[in-house]
Design a binder for this molecule. Structure first.
Ligand code: MCA
Ligand code: AMP
Length: 510
């Protein structure tokens, strides 16, 4: 019977000359395809030696490194379930994820071992390893003693490969369960749709704990046997320097905005480039146009979610790439726009975007009720994004029905931050809204009401949040006001707050 293990498919695409360079790092290290093959085999054998239960989760919060990527691949190879965690998450956030996912293995940076292992052991995790970005840590020490031969464990297309935490519409984070089949089908579609070819070189400058950097970029390069130029952290100068050696780049809009600020970004620097892909947040038309003017390249914008991997894309060839749109539904994906009563809308009309296809996730981890709510009776997933199909068939996202702020490509859920603010002494109520920002696209601004007699200070509230939450979730400003605008039902009118504060960061843009 065919093995649907995603790793097996990626491995099968490695070039026959295993000594070629697969990954070149910004510290001057070269990893060959053989290194990836052997390194992932040794890590997979280590995982196999731990006697983990079937479907065991391997939770990972480490700095970006090639070894961290290998750990992801090794987890697939060994047939377990990968659970990546943003390095910005702090203890309360990690405690929630570990408590919810109950991983059998936790891998963290050695500097965090003290607090992470405490949380993990308390939650029943039996194996806690360290992995640092300088090729050290107990994971590598232990894997070094293992065989470098390993047969990818047999998996069905429907078997779980990864869990990605995302908040979806409301409330606490939910684990989106992605299968081997979800990810492989998407990787194969994108290989074809984006015209991946022999000799392509990808600049990998995104974090590897979310869909964009971990799946779209890594799967894209590996399934095409393409070399990656690996940047541990996004650095606009370094990207510009490396552009002449590359053919493909992927980034969130903030990366494009920062690259445009580099005088070295010229047509000459992009002479070998074939494709610039943007996604994870709306790309402003100004950025799209400026990029075209400066580099001669038309950015290809696409749209996806943690629950679905990639859903739509502008065309690579054969038709125009239209700024301000996310292109067409990918082959195999059915996409429709519906109104609130469940009627499909004709082109041009705005409604909720719903999708179906082999890339759509299996459901939310241990939340069958929530999963049911997010699907229609005929099996479409409700994305929570609001959009329309334009007169030429291009999909345009106009907003979100979910209360979500996307800041620099990271999702911030107002309810979570409001919850923390509301728990502070002296706070009666709070609202977090997203406002335009020249660098991050959108950032959170908090508006707070004090309890009678309490005296609050915005800076202090921000300071307290910093000790509890990932840095990208921290409101860039916090205002203490005497009242919040409300509708007749008493509900806070966030649209009015967004309007009131929309120019807060406009000056920085000028
Ligand atoms: C950093 N800061 C931020 C953000 N990142 N503030 C708001 N939003 C952010 N995204 C703040 C920090 O809190 C800190 O503030 C200061 O900026 C410097 O932090 P540092 O980490 O040095 O920032 P940076 O290295 O300049 O990072 C900016 C970044 C990064 C490179 C744009 O945010 C990034 O890599 N974003 C990409 C996210 C991504 O991959 N998303 C894909 C999700 P202070 O100094 O006050 O402490 S996948 C997805 O969405 C779907 C499925 C899809 O379609 O792809
Ligand atoms: P995540 O929860 O990190 O998977 O983020 C998914 C959300 O990112 C989607 O539901 C959209 O709201 C947003 N998104 C992704 N790509 C785009 C895009 N090209 N334009 C606008 N929004 C996007």
């Amino acid at each position: 019977m065919k093995n649907h293990n995603l790793f097996a498919a990626l491995r099968a695409a490695f070039p026959s000359s295993l000594d070629d360079v697969a990954v070149e790092t910004d510290t001057g290290l070269n990893y060959s395809w053989r290194d990836l093959e052997r390194g992932t085999a040794m890590m997979a054998n280590l995982l196999a030696s731990l006697g983990l239960p079937d479907g065991a989760r391997v939770a990972v919060q480490v700095e970006k490194s090639v070894e961290a990527m290998m750990l992801y691949l090794a987890t697939l190879r060994a047939g377990y379930v990968f659970l990546p965690l943003n390095t910005a998450y702090q203890s309360a956030e990690i405690e929630y994820f570990i408590g919810n996912a109950e991983p059998s293995v936790m891998v963290c940076s050695s500097k965090n071992f003290g607090w992470v292992s405490k949380i993990a052991f308390k939650a029943g995790t039996q194996n806690v390893f360290t992995l640092d970005d300088d090729r050290t840590g107990s994971l590598l020490d232990r894997a070094a003693h293992r065989s470098d031969k390993h047969e990818p464990v047999a998996r069905q297309a429907d078997d779980l490969a990864a869990i990605l935490y995302t908040s979806g519409t409301t409330g606490r984070s939910k684990g989106a369960m992605l299968t081997h089949g979800n990810m492989l089908s998407n990787a194969l579609v994108l290989k074809d749709y984006w015209g991946w070819k022999k000799g392509d070189v990808l600049i990998h400058a995104l974090p590897i704990f979310h869909v964009h950097g971990l799946f779209v970029a890594i799967h894209g390069a590996l399934i095409n046997g393409s070399k990656m130029i690996w940047l541990a952290k996004f650095d606009s100068k370094l990207v510009v320097k490396k552009l002449p050696e590359a053919t493909v780049f992927m980034g969130v809009p903030t990366l494009y905005v920062r690259l445009l600020a580099e005088p070295g970004l010229t047509r000459e620097a992009c002479r070998n480039m074939r494709l610039f892909v943007a996604g994870s947040a709306p790309l402003l038309i100004e950025t799209f146009n400026e990029w075209k003017e400066r580099t001669g390249h038309t950015i290809l914008e696409r749209y996806g979610m943690s629950e679905t991997v990639m859903l739509t894309s502008n065309p690579y060839s054969g038709a125009e790439r239209r700024g301000g749109t996310v292109g067409f539904a990918l082959p195999g994906v059915s996409l429709r726009v519906q109104d609130e009563s469940g009627h499909s809308l004709p082109a041009g009309e705005i409604g909720g975007i719903q999708v179906k296809g082999p890339n759509i996730f299996k459901g939310y981890w241990r939340m069958p009720e929530k999963t049911k709510e997010e699907f229609t009776a005929d099996g479409y997933f409700k994305t929570g994004d609001v959009g329309k199909i334009d007169e030429r068939g291009y999909i345009v996202i106009v907003g979100r029905s979910k209360d979500l702020i996307i800041s620099g490509g990271y999702n911030v859920y107002p309810a979570e931050i409001e919850g923390y603010i509301n728990d502070m002494p002296g706070v009666a109520e709070s609202a977090l809204v997203g406002v335009p920002h020249p660098d991050f696209g959108e950032v959170g601004v908090a508006v707070v009401i004090a309890k009678p007699g309490a005296s609050l200070e915005g800076g202090q509230i921000v300071g307290e949040l910093k000790s509890k939450l990932a840095n990208f979730k921290i409101p860039k400003q916090c205002f203490v006001v005497s009242e919040l605008p409300r509708n007749t039902m008493g509900k806070v009118q966030k649209n009015l707050l967004r309007e009131q504060y929309k120019d807060l960061f406009a000056r920085a843009a000028a």
